[in-house]
Ligand binder design. Structure first.
Ligand SMILES: [Zn+2]
Length: 259
């Protein structure tokens, strides 16, 4: 059931996929809305949820379109209740490119917030319809969410965009592996502080969130370390193979093709 997903539609060639659990979130939000204000409540909470996740998709498209400009293939965007994820063929190891691809996501959120600012400014005096709140409130909620989304993603920890931005900045001076090590270490220190603060404040959801961030940092570094070792292993195999097939000094290699 974990792998269940629904392909929705393509946006300029990029497949948008909905994880099954997203439907549960939609149902849960509708029930919450009904409890609060009956059918108008269902309409309100569903519209808000869809608007919110549209912003999540736009954020991911920001990454995706920037990645494509650098020739990186984007397989799909997967929407889950915890957020969206653009799946790239490979992340370029040039720090400047990774930086731009990553920064493009939060930049989209700030751009949406700026547009919504204009929207709420013009709908300030719209009368409240038969809904729990007005169009103006809708705009305001979405605006603040986008600012939160942009800022939250800039926190310098993996798997957030901020972690990648920090890595890209470190990678201008260090090797990619060392840059990842230090970005992951900084993330783990911040997460550990967050976990202690969460325990101290009795906020156990925060403790779980920071524990997740702690292990995500570790996983990011370990995955890269494994890839680097595999690459080194295959480089070694190729080098040994070439050494075996190199003619010994003084011995001429027989030509493969006689003219
Ligand atoms: Zn992002």
């Amino acid at each position: 059931m974990l792998g269940w997903s629904i392909n929705l539609f393509r946006i300029r060639g990029i497949q948008l996929t909905l994880h099954f659990s997203f439907l549960l979130l939609l149902a849960w939000s509708a029930v919450q809305g009904y409890d609060e204000a009956g059918l108008p409540g269902v309409f309100w909470s569903t519209a808000l949820l869809i608007a919110f996740f549209t912003c999540v998709v736009l954020h991911e498209l920001g990454h995706s379109f920037t990645a494509r400009r650098f020739g990186v293939g984007v397989r799909r965007i997967l929407l889950m209740p915890i957020g969206g994820m653009a799946e790239f063929d490979s992340i370029p190891r040039q720090p400047s490119r990774e930086f731009l691809i990553t920064v493009a996501g939060p930049a989209v959120n700030f751009a949406i917030a700026a547009l919504l600012w204009v929207f709420v400014d013009t709908t300030r005096d719209t009368p409240t319809a038969d809904l729990p709140a007005s169009v103006y409130d809708f705009g305001w909620i979405l605006l603040t969410w986008n600012i939160y989304m942009g800022l939250f993603n800039l926190v310098p920890v993996f798997p957030m965009d901020g972690g990648r931005i920090l890595r890209a900045m470190l990678a201008t001076r260090l090797t990619y592996l060392r840059a990842t090590f230090w970005a992951a270490t900084i993330a783990k220190v911040l997460a550990a502080i967050g976990m202690i603060a969460g325990l101290w404040a009795g906020q156990y959801m925060l403790v779980i969130l920071f524990a997740f961030i702690f292990f995500a940092g570790e996983a990011e570094y370990r995955a890269l370390l494994r890839r680097e070792r595999e690459d080194a292993y295959w480089r070694d195999v190729v080098a040994q193979f070439q050494a075996l097939h190199q003619p010994a000094p003084g011995q001429r290699e027989p030509p493969l093709l006689e003219p």
